[in-house]
Design a protein around this ligand. Structure first.
Ligand code: PLP
Length: 404
């Protein structure tokens, strides 16, 4: 094809850098999470997934699966339209009410993904509000960055998790600016958690709105799974809380929550909300079931925490360095893209352990890593097997040990 050379030359660069992405070909098996089949070279075998964002296995919870199957039988597959033109199903409204309640807000608005919710909400706020300035944490997710860029509003980047830097940057803005502070609670690559209280206090001092992405925290933090802001008792002080239904809730979709006026504003002006087909009712019903379950049940959260602690302690005991953080994410730093891919391949081939290498541009060059997300369904034996495998690799690859 005449244009293929253009495509291929860029792909060759990626491959030369070790940053070309290979996807693992998996078949998930309902009821067997974190086990899955891996297909390779015409064969398939059972492996254990160690990097899933279905953090609590809710995507295979019998009640959640049944809600999806039953609703599909009752209502069919698709929503039948955009939210505006015949696509608003009762299941969407039920889910939005559930989400508003989860975060203690007046309203909630559903999107087809968390990516779209960030993109649409930030681009609408930034483009519609008078003299908008968006103050963005330097490690914010791509979906927030793209939303801010699309808004064409002035953007100010503040130092990651640094309320003092935010304070200085807010103080430098003109009094007539509409200031929006955009940040996350759990940062998914380093697993660190924002000092939400300090950030909120700085924002309040300067009369700024707060926009909090709780994508990696909803379902997992707080007594009802409302996220880190719930855990810290801060939900009512945050203007907009954004989340996903695709990670700990195990389904798909994204959302924002906030005041009734804020949600009505986004509903009325956000292109990414208006001009796209609504989520299938069956997806909405499954998400509602998952959220309701995690509001009541702390069992999954407790077991996840236990297994996270267990893996950390065992890595420490073997001198395998991992990034220290207060969350459920355990990054093991490799700091080289080729080595990172090689270790990942070796774990899969030799030990049936699947952990995706995390390379640029997901993380900065030189900080390549393996990112483990233990869940309630990883057994003690799974953890022993993983740590034993890493120990073998560490010896073979002569990677410096924490104790060296
Ligand atoms: C995954 C992710 C999103 C996007 O959520 P999806 O529902 O997967 O589109 C948004 N923000 C952060 C921080 C994420 O990691």
């Amino acid at each position: 094809m005449p244009f293929d050379r253009l495509f291929e030359s860029q792909l060759e660069n990626l491959k030369a850098e070790g940053n070309y992405r290979y996807f693992a070909d998996l078949t998930r098996k309902c009821g067997q999470h974190p086990r899955a089949l891996n297909h390779q070279d015409g064969e398939s075998r059972e492996i254990t997934v160690w990097c899933s964002n279905d953090y609590l296995g809710m995507g295979q919870h019998p009640d959640v699966v049944e809600a999806m199957a039953q609703t599909a039988r009752e209502c069919g597959t698709g929503a039948g339209g955009t939210r505006n033109i015949s696509g608003t199903n009762h299941h969407h409204l039920e889910l939005e009410a559930e989400l508003a309640d989860l975060h203690g807000k007046e309203g909630a608005l559903l999107f087809t993904s968390g990516y779209v919710s960030n993109w649409a909400a930030l681009s609408t706020l930034g483009s519609r509000l008078p003299n908008a300035v968006i103050l963005s944490d330097s490690l914010n997710h791509a979906s927030m960055i793209e939303g801010i860029r699309h808004s064409r509003a002035q953007k100010v980047i503040w130092k990651h998790n640094d309320p003092e830097d935010l304070d200085r940057k807010l103080a430098a803005l003109p009094a007539n600016a509409t200031k929006i502070v955009a940040f996350e609670s759990v940062y998914s690559m380093d697993g660190d958690i924002a000092p939400i209280r300090e950030i909120v206090e700085v924002a309040e001092k300067h009369g700024a709105m707060t926009y909090l992405d709780e994508v990696h925290a909803v379902g997992m933090y707080g007594p009802r799974g409302g996220g880190v802001a719930e855990q810290e008792g801060l939900m009512d002080r945050i203007t907009l809380i954004e989340g996903t239904l695709g990670k700990a809730f195990g389904v798909m979709g994204g959302y924002i929550t906030g005041s009734a006026a804020l949600c009505d504003f986004i509903r009325s002006f956000a292109s990414g909300f208006i001009f796209t087909t609504a989520l299938p009712p069956a997806v909405a019903a499954a998400a509602t079931t998952s959220i309701r379950h995690l509001k009541e049940s702390g069992e999954e959260r407790a077991m996840q925490r236990r297994q996270v602690d267990r893996l950390r302690n065992q890595l420490d005991a073997k001198g395998i360095p991992h990034m220290d953080n207060p969350s459920h994410i355990i990054p093991v730093m490799i700091k080289d893209p080729v080595k990172c891919r090689m270790l990942s391949d070796y774990l899969m081939d030799q030990f049936g352990i699947y952990v995706q290498p995390i390379n640029y541009p997901t993380v900065p060059k030189g900080t390549e890593r393996l990112r483990f997300t233990p869940g309630p369904r990883h057994t003690d034996a799974d953890i022993d097997h993983l740590v034993a495998a890493l120990e073998v690799l560490w010896k073979q690859c002569a990677i410096a040990r924490a104790t060296a």
